[in-house]
Design a protein around this ligand. Structure first.
Ligand code: BGC
Length: 484
């Protein structure tokens, strides 16, 4: 089978139904973004309410509980998706998101809140791997990059949406319409609404044809394919799915040991590597700590620092929209390599601004706050067209059907682990390496990520999932994928 995209595949029909399927599933991303972002504003009310302002341990657990839960969720999410189906797994996470939101909103104690946050994180961990996986398997190859990147777009929208929800309820608290307790309850509970939409929406959608075929439900698979492609002429795509499943080990049950087959190794290395670099490039120090960074850079007022943070969040959304449109035109590799250069330059500039600030004697900061804002915008914009969407997209494309969930779960779990490591150590890094050293270190890690991506990142634009599998099974270098 050819490794280039054949003309017939490029003409796979695209219909509104497929796009709607992707949007509904991507609500999992919205909840991912919302539940990670909402806590920053809510903590302003939770800390005094529980009197835990001087208890960094409890505060840390309330904030980072979702990340810990996500590591655990990702560990089981893939296995769940392989065993019970992509659709059912997303429905289960929607129920968990709804229950977790209410549990956090009504939390009677900090311990309860921590448990609720870990539970929500568990749902995030599952959704973060199953939603892109489902979209990838439903998408026609020529727009798969854009559709899977909708999930990343929803993550970024979820983050900004959480800032807006925090802002809305905090103004109501300030106006006296809500008590402080009610305000943070509403903030955390608000995730209930998108969770219900996700659950009800997913109940109305079919499972992916690839998963159905892998489970021996060939007729269901064909019926679904006809529906999502809007045509009865699906014989070629069905034949490719059949063929790839024939080639996959008949005994394959999706066990951990199967992941260690030699031909899968490069795929695991690239998926896990890009995930670790996504986090080690420091993105969540900006997403979670942007107001602190702005204050360090000399923004004296809290509200201006928060406004600048909102600007960074919005720019993240805008540039992710650009990524959605470019992903299938420009391709994954050029976007990743270009974005990494942008991240590298901006981190160096950010470090330099802090270096000048730290070493200059005078109190006049000159252009430093402006350089800081511009660098952070360039950094987040570059992330949004590269490491942000491309990690999730890549791991949803490169693994064979029968172990796709498991392999994605593993890469996702390690990526969440890397997230926890970076975000937990950031305050210490700032104290020991100083801000300039910290950002230069992240910049150096972007150089390493660039070299890694240059040698290992495959181009999966326009190539079918089955062609990707064939290429790797034949032991051909990943970098040659997508080249005629
Ligand atoms: C990352 C998250 C990050 C978000 C920011 C996602 O791709 O996995 O850790 O917070 O992008 O946009």
């Amino acid at each position: 089978m050819s490794t280039s995209s054949s003309p017939a595949r490029v003409n796979t029909p695209v219909n509104a139904y497929t796009i709607m399927v992707a949007i509904v599933a991507a609500l999992g991303g919205l909840l991912f973004g919302f539940d990670t972002g909402v806590i920053s504003g809510a903590m302003l009310y939770i800390e005094p309410y529980y009197g835990i302002s001087n208890d960094p341990n409890t505060v840390g657990w309330i904030v980072a509980g979702v990340v810990l839960g996500a590591i655990l969720g990702a560990a089981v999410g893939g296995k769940l998706a392989d065993a019970f189906g992509r659709r059912r797994s997303v429905v289960v996470t929607a129920v968990m998101f709804a229950v977790g939101s209410i549990a956090c909103a009504y939390a009677p104690s900090p311990d309860w809140l921590i448990a609720g946050r870990i539970f929500l994180g568990f749902a995030i961990g599952i959704a973060s791997c199953v939603a892109p996986l489902y979209i990838s398997e439903m998408a026609p190859p020529q727009i798969r990059g854009g559709l899977v990147s909708l999930n990343q777009l929803m993550i970024t929208i979820g983050i900004v949406f959480s800032y807006a929800v925090d802002y809305g309820f905090s103004t109501m608290a300030e106006a006296g319409t809500l008590t402080q307790r009610e305000a943070w309850g509403w903030m955390l509970g608000f995730g209930f609404f998108p969770a219900v939409i996700l659950g009800v929406g997913m109940l109305m959608l079919p499972d992916s044809p690839r998963w159905l075929a892998a489970k021996g439900r060939r007729d269901d698979a064909e019926r679904t394919l006809k529906k999502i492609r809007g045509t009865d002429n699906v014989s070629q795509e069905m034949a490719e799915i059949d063929e790839s499943l024939r080639e996959e080990d008949k005994e394959a049950k999706g066990s951990w040991s199967e992941l260690l087959q030699p031909w899968l190794r490069p795929l695991l290395i690239v998926g896990i590597g890009i995930g670790v670099f996504q986090q080690f490039s420091g993105i969540n120090t900006v997403i979670y700590y942007a107001p602190t960074i702005f204050k360090l850079a000399g923004y004296e007022s809290d509200s201006v620092a928060i406004l600048a943070t909102a600007g960074v969040g919005l720019f993240n959304v805008i540039m992710t929209v650009v990524a959605v449109f470019l992903m299938d035109k420009v391709g994954r590799r050029p976007l990743l390599l270009t974005g990494l250069v942008g991240m590298m330059i901006s981190l160096m500039a950010l470090g330099y601004a802090f270096y000048v600030k730290d070493t200059s004697a005078g109190s006049d900061l000159g252009a430093i706050p402006v350089i800081c804002l511009v660098s952070l915008l360039l950094y987040v914009g570059s992330f949004a067209i590269s490491l942000g969407p491309i990690f999730w997209l890549l791991i949803s494309e490169i693994y064979p059907t029968k172990i796709r969930g498991l392999a994605m779960g593993l890469a996702t779990m390690i990526q969440w682990g890397a997230n926890l490591a970076v975000t937990q150590s950031f305050p210490n890094m700032i104290a020991t390496l100083k801000p300039f050293g910290t950002f230069w270190l992240f910049g150096g890690l972007c150089v390493a990520a660039w070299i890694f991506a240059f040698y290992l990142m495959p181009e999966t634009k326009g190539v079918t999932l089955e062609e990707i599998e064939d290429h790797c099974r034949d032991g051909k270098p990943l970098r040659k994928l997508g080249k005629v």
